[in-house]
Design a protein around this ligand. Structure first.
Ligand SMILES: [Zn+2]
Length: 266
């Protein structure tokens, strides 16, 4: 699933190629994309004949700001991918496309968990604090460490901090030297501060390498993300830890696999 660094890489690509483009048409072939919240005619009415004036992001949501003041939001779900092309192309699993005066924006999605809709402003999105945004402040984050939930589950909670998924949660906890099943309210003030600093550090580093490709993720040119080469624990079960040569282990937490180094992480 694309997490914050992958969505940010896509945002940067869209900005580079489509900023200022005039949208001529939009077509959603897969009506499931709107989750029944808005119909295609309404999307067309708000989107067509507008310019793309800004590309934003909130957690894992891409935000396309239109010249009429509306915002088209796009969540890539598990397997959503964009491709920018000079001309219309029947790429596999094409679910939607937009024709602009700077080329076609094609959207493919094998598993169809993507989501599209129209917003008047970004506060309508139910989301937590974006770790690369202006409101990611220690005073705000510090207040969230109150429950006995595992710190890994806490990092995945999109209504607290948004944008982190299974890959980066494991990588962040390895770097912070914390076991994924530590209850959040057991963290010392020093550990909370360390985690607070490491979250954006890991995510920014991953943006620098254009995200992580495990299976599906591709950027707008259909290139793979190179952070896959930098991963320290995710899917490394049985391999030696980069730091201490101990063996990486896997546990199930909240129904999902968590990878960690039992020697480095306490
Ligand atoms: Zn280790």
């Amino acid at each position: 699933m694309p997490e914050l660094p992958e969505v940010e890489t896509i945002r940067l690509g869209l900005e580079e190629r489509l900023l200022g483009a005039l949208i001529k048409t939009i077509d959603l072939r897969d009506q499931k994309l709107t989750r029944g919240q808005v119909d295609l005619l309404t999307i067309r009415k708000f989107v067509e004949n507008n310019y793309l004036v800004k590309f934003g992001r909130c957690g894992k949501y891409l935000l396309l700001f239109l010249s009429n003041g509306k915002i088209l939001f796009w969540h890539l779900g598990m397997t959503g991918k964009f491709k920018i092309s000079e001309k219309y192309e029947e790429i596999p699993h094409l679910r939607a496309y937009m024709e602009t005066d700077k080329g076609y924006l094609l959207y493919s999605d094998i598993r169809r968990f993507g989501k599209v809709g129209i917003l008047d402003n970004t506060s309508e999105l139910r989301k937590g604090i974006d770790p690369l945004g202006d409101d990611y402040l220690y005073e705000r984050i510090n207040k969230l460490f109150t429950s006995s939930k595992a710190v890994k589950i806490f990092l995945l909670d999109q209504e607290k901090i948004s944008g982190i998924g299974n890959i980066y949660a494991d990588e962040i906890l390895w770097k912070a030297r914390m076991l994924p099943n530590r209850p959040t309210n057991s963290l010392s003030p020093d550990e909370v501060k360390r985690l607070f600093d490491i979250v954006p550090e890991v995510l920014k580093e991953a943006v620098k390498y254009r995200g992580t490709t495990i299976s599906d993720y591709r950027d707008i040119n259909f290139n793979r993300g190179e952070y896959s080469e930098k991963l320290k624990v995710y899917k490394m079960e049985g391999k030696p830890c980069n730091e201490c040569q101990g063996i990486i282990k896997k546990i199930k937490l909240g129904g999902r696999s968590s990878y960690y180094c039992p020697d480095c992480q306490k």
